[in-house]
Design a protein around this ligand. Structure first.
Ligand SMILES: [Zn+2]
Ligand SMILES: [Zn+2]
Length: 350
């Protein structure tokens, strides 16, 4: 076998998921003959008459959006979880169980402008969005039936989103999502073993190494974690441990908005296209438990490895449940970090 230099070929432990990630970064230049998605950049108008998120438009429910001029939150017309969900019959076998899909599903429009993305919003508008997420977490998490509030944005057709209007969703559920439950358990175990917060040790390790840091200021940091599963997976977090976004101070919120914006702009600048991703906020459950050692963070899971080249989840991921990464976190972080902090679209205008 050919001896390859400058490659990463090893297994890395993912301490938050408590599983191995196989990194085989010598495979990334293997010939590719698979499907490609196309990113045709179409110039979009500010307002689209049949967009159900644009101000003043009627939604499928018949409700009409107000003429909002900043951020607009509403209950999803096609909720996945709702307190109006029907009662269900128990299955005949005791090995199976069912229950009503109770919860709250909401949509948050970031801006009245149809043709903007989160990456193109100024820092003060991203700061306002963080404030809205704080309010939503507290409002929904306070309800006794709600055990967890999942705030997430799916962006781009590569992750199945056909409407480009900038928005995210909120699922407030009667259960704690599996990934969060796992992070809670891993963090508790780590704290009881080491008397230190797991995520603090991750931040410390990333700062000591330095090669995977993407952006940083006084109180916030962004990095591709050592154990990344996706090529451009980025974590954005306050440096201090807060179980949820609502615990951030005004200064921390502003710092987080700045670092978040920097990451988003670098993403778009990578291939001069709106960069698709799934972006969940990982916050402590609202189940009444002690989550003082849970460290709130935002994760980006971008599906693309190269422009128009999807990371397919296949045998190892779907079949086995562990990820195989074709890229080195260090290389990808260097690539991302080298991108400009000025969005390519605004550069073109000046
Ligand atoms: Zn719209
Ligand atoms: Zn997480």
């Amino acid at each position: 076998m050919e001896i390859l230099t400058n490659m990463t070929w090893e297994e890395r432990w993912h301490p938050l998921r408590e599983e191995w990630v196989v990194v085989a970064a010598h495979r990334q230049d293997r010939p590719w003959s698979g499907e490609r998605i196309t990113a045709n950049e179409i110039v979009l108008p500010d307002h689209v008459a049949d967009c159900y998120l644009c101000p003043g438009n009627q939604r499928v429910s018949g409700k009409v959006n107000p003429n909002y001029d900043q951020i607009f939150v509403f209950d999803n017309d096609h909720p996945s979880v709702s307190f109006d969900a029907p009662n269900v019959d128990q299955p005949s076998s005791s090995v199976y169980q069912s229950r009503p899909a109770h919860g709250v599903s909401r949509v948050v429009c970031y801006s009245p402008r149809h043709n903007l993305t989160l990456a193109e919003l100024p820092t003060n508008e991203i700061t306002e969005l963080l404030r809205t997420w704080q309010e939503q977490y507290l409002d929904l998490g306070d309800r006794p039936e709600i055990e967890h509030v999942l705030i997430f944005e799916n962006k781009g057709e590569a992750v199945g989103v056909s409407n480009p209007h900038p928005h995210c969703q909120i699922y407030a559920n009667n259960f704690v999502f599996k990934t969060i439950a796992n992070e809670v358990a891993a963090g508790r175990q780590y704290f009881s073993d080491n008397q230190r917060v797991l995520f603090q040790d991750i931040i410390r390790a990333e700062k000591e190494d330095g090669r995977r840091i993407i952006a940083e200021n006084d109180s916030a940091i962004a990095f591709i974690p050592y154990f990344a599963r996706y090529a451009y997976e980025v974590f954005v977090a306050p440096k201090a441990t807060h179980p949820h976004i609502a615990a951030l101070s005004d200064d921390e919120r502003r710092d987080l908005a700045e670092v978040l914006r920097s990451v988003l702009i670098k993403f778009d600048n990578l291939w001069k296209m709106p960069f698709p991703y799934v972006m969940p906020l990982h916050q402590a459950p609202t189940d009444g438990g002690d989550h003082s050692t849970f460290h709130f963070h935002i994760e980006f899971h971008p599906p693309l490895r190269k422009p128009n080249l999807l990371k397919y989840l296949a045998g190892p991921e779907i079949g086995g449940g562990n990820f195989l990464s074709d890229t080195s976190a260090e290389d990808k972080a260097a690539e991302l970090r080298s991108m400009s902090d000025v969005h390519y679209k605004s550069e073109a205008k000046t």
